[in-house]
Design a protein around this ligand. Structure first.
Ligand code: MD0
Ligand code: SF4
Length: 382
């Protein structure tokens, strides 16, 4: 197997790391594993810096110094599921549950749009109310209203929904479907998302692509994943054809069962972001404000991310997901604050036209609906 330097050189020449090589890269993020144990801390640190430098160079080639900004609206925190890593799991009595009215959503959308974000992400826990009629039609109507009033590209993150709902959301003006598997090890998935179907979750993503939506897939770091699992996730994201790929740290807090066993190691997510950049040089990779707030933004950008997600307007009673409150009411998850960090990194927000152009370019690269390729991507028969 090639040493790290050769793996990076290969990626800079346009090559893709093999699964074994990816494991080696991911190992840089694990204390006591891979190079960090074998070669000592100093060498590990130097290798991580090399990795981040290569990731930034790949980002520069595909996106220059431009970064996309996503506004985030958590519409409902009621959930039918009991994920072991999540504060909003149904059996946690301590989290703040709310459902935002259409009026509140439109107001918050307008504020975010006026602040200069490039996209609005409408996110919901798996609200049981949404899963009984006319829940999903209501969401499609709301999507259309937000689209109409904001004029912005939209991402929908409603959890697992049927293909018909995905088509309706697309028809209402949604551009993206975000649904994170968290892991592509079925065994770990069963532990993280008890009672949920691995296959149904994957099917929803293929259905979204078949409906003409762009797809965001994601993994969770620090939940007991191994190097092999991480490399497998990268491959799975590739075969899904996800246009946006994310890695986020598990945030332990009281009320989350997994918190007893897992401590966050901040290196993991950074290494994962950079490893994703090596694998997907021309895709979108988020730096989320939802783990470490504004203070964690610079290091995520330095690892090769090119989208800032989870900008949330203050004063609207809106929550984040992994961090329900961090930096929100202080107004630190805002375009103005993010812009300062970008400037320190030699980066700048893209224009709206640049983001739209990127979306159009990706849509052109999609296999056309009804083509054999498209049917294969959808996992269905022509
Ligand atoms: C974020 N909390 O961007 C959000 C969330 C859902 N599409 C995104 C994970 O960090
Ligand atoms: Fe519900 Fe999503 Fe949390 Fe799972 S991760 S408990 S589906 S809000």
């Amino acid at each position: 197997m090639r040493p790290i330097a050769a793996i990076l050189e290969n990626a800079l020449q346009g090559g893709r790391p093999s699964a074994r090589e990816l494991e080696r890269v991911f190992a840089l993020g694990q204390a006591g594993g891979g190079s960090r144990a074998q070669q000592g801390e100093a060498e590990g640190a130097a290798q991580r810096e090399e990795l981040f430098r290569a990731a930034r160079e790949l980002r520069r080639r595909h996106f220059g110094d431009r970064v996309f900004l996503y506004g985030f609206l958590y519409l409902s925190t009621f959930c039918r599921n009991d994920c072991r890593f999540c504060w909003y799991r149904r059996s946690n009595p301590d989290c703040r549950r709310y459902r935002k009215s259409e009026e509140e959503v439109l107001e918050a959308s307008a504020r975010l749009a006026a602040s200069g974000v490039h996209l609005l992400d409408l996110t919901l826990s798996e609200d049981p109310l949404l899963r009984t009629p006319p829940g999903l039609e209501t969401l499609a109507r709301l999507t259309a209203r937000v689209k109409q009033t904001s004029g912005l590209p939209l991402m929908l993150s409603p959890g697992v929904v049927p293909a018909s709902a995905l088509r309706a959301l697309k028809g209402a003006g949604a551009d993206w479907y975000a649904c994170y598997q968290e892991t592509h090890s079925r065994r770990l998935f069963r532990r993280l998302r008890p009672g949920q179907s691995y296959a149904a979750r994957m099917r929803a993503k293929r259905a979204a692509r078949a409906a003409g939506l762009l797809l965001e897939e994601g993994i969770l770091c620090g939940v007991g994943e191994g190097l092999h699992d991480l490399a497998r996730s990268a491959r799975a994201m590739e075969s899904l054809g996800a246009e946006q790929v994310r890695a986020m740290s598990f945030v332990p807090r009281p009320g989350i069962p997994l918190a007893e066993r897992h401590r966050g190691d901040p290196q993991r997510e950074l290494i994962a972001i950079a490893a994703l950049r090596l694998t997907f040089p021309d895709r979108l990779i988020p730096a989320s404000l939802d783990v470490d707030g504004l203070a964690g933004l610079q290091r995520r950008l330095a690892a090769g991310a090119n989208v800032v997600t989870s900008l949330i307007p203050p004063g609207q009673g809106l929550a984040g997901v992994a961090q329900s409150e961090l930096d929100i009411e202080e107004g630190r998850r805002s375009v103005a604050e993010v812009q300062e960090v970008l400037a320190r990194c030699g980066l700048a927000p893209a224009s709206r036209a640049q983001y739209s152009e990127w979306l159009r370019m990706r849509a052109r690269q999609e296999p056309r609906a009804g083509s054999p390729q498209r049917a294969a991507a959808a996992g269905g028969r022509p």
